[in-house]
Design a protein around this ligand. Structure first.
Ligand SMILES: Nc1ncnc2c1ncn2[C@@H]1O[C@H](COP(=O)(O)OP(=O)(O)OP(=O)(O)O)[C@@H](O)[C@H]1O
Length: 259
């Protein structure tokens, strides 16, 4: 039986009087792809921000690989092997694709005390080793042809893929993806699905926030549904697709009916 890699318990986050997350609890097993879905404003990005230490929780705990990582900071969370991508593209537009990936590598090479203690990080890598790692990430993400191109010159879909490549450079055990399919055309979406499937097959654990229901239903082993900061359902895609409260709050809404 697989181990729980990420365990969230009683997670709460307030913004003034607004309860953006309330008593959220779920877990993700090693090797699983879990989807976190819900209508706009449900608290999905807030959940990502709290899990990755970008925002402190108002209450509750986040455990990763048995360690309490509640409250971050993000560098410590990454050093433990939990990386994320952002809704918007977050690369350095004037730097090349390879240089952007190098930045991801650097967060690992320069490392933190935590990284050194966990033994998963190296303080130095030779230039050849760095180049080989960049090449490998370019191969996995199928971005080889764009190695020296400025990140900002890439088509939007490839910029989003580069965001995944940079996160992969931190050598995560788990990746949190915030709306990777947003703004992608049909072909780009197919390409992304293939990449995520490859990463899953390579054993990477994924937590995916996404409104593209076809992609979520195809890729995820389990789905957690948030509405107004609270979990209203959790289960397999088949279970979630037929869940009356999920259909009423989200899947049946006209905006999502196409998905
Ligand atoms: N920094 C902040 N300050 C105040 N309110 C915030 C902040 N960040 C998020 N919120 C509020 O918290 C609630 C949850 O927002 P969040 O962005 O987490 O939702 P979401 O499910 O990711 O939505 P979407 O699908 O539109 O990205 C919303 O009401 C939002 O306005």
């Amino acid at each position: 039986m697989s181990q729980d890699l990420l365990v969230i318990h009683g997670l709460t986050r307030r913004f003034g009087g607004l309860m953006a997350l309330h008593d959220l609890g779920f877990s993700v097993q090693e090797g699983e792809i879990v989807g976190l879905i819900g209508p706009n404003g449900a608290g999905k990005t807030t959940a990502f921000n709290v899990i990755t230490g970008t925002l402190p929780p108002s209450g509750g705990k986040v455990h990763f690989d048995g360690r309490d990582i509640s409250g971050g900071p993000p560098s410590r969370v990454v050093a433990h092997g939990l990386a994320r991508t952002f809704q918007s593209t977050s690369t350095y537009p004037n730097e090349s694709v390879a240089e952007n990936i190098y930045r991801g590598l650097l967060s690992r090479i320069s490392g933190s005390a935590v990284g050194l203690l966990t033994g998963r990080r190296h303080r130095t890598l030779s230039p050849q080793a760095i180049s080989a790692e960049i090449d490998e990430i370019l191969r996995v993400t199928d971005l080889q042809a764009w190695r020296e191109a400025a990140a900002g010159s890439l088509p939007y879909g490839l910029q989003k893929k580069l965001g995944i490549a940079v996160a992969l450079a931190t050598q995560p055990r788990m990746l949190l993806l915030d709306e990777p399919a947003a703004g992608l055309n049909h072909e780009e979406c197919k390409d992304l699905t293939q990449l995520l499937r490859r990463l899953r097959d390579d054993g990477l654990t994924l937590l995916l926030v996404e409104h593209h229901m076809a992609l979520v239903m195809e890729l995820c082993h389990r789905i957690v549904v948030l509405v107004q900061g609270e979990k209203i359902a959790e289960g397999t895609p088949e279970y979630i697709r037929e869940h009356p409260a999920v259909i009423e709050a989200y899947l049946g809404a006209p905006d999502y009916a196409h998905a």
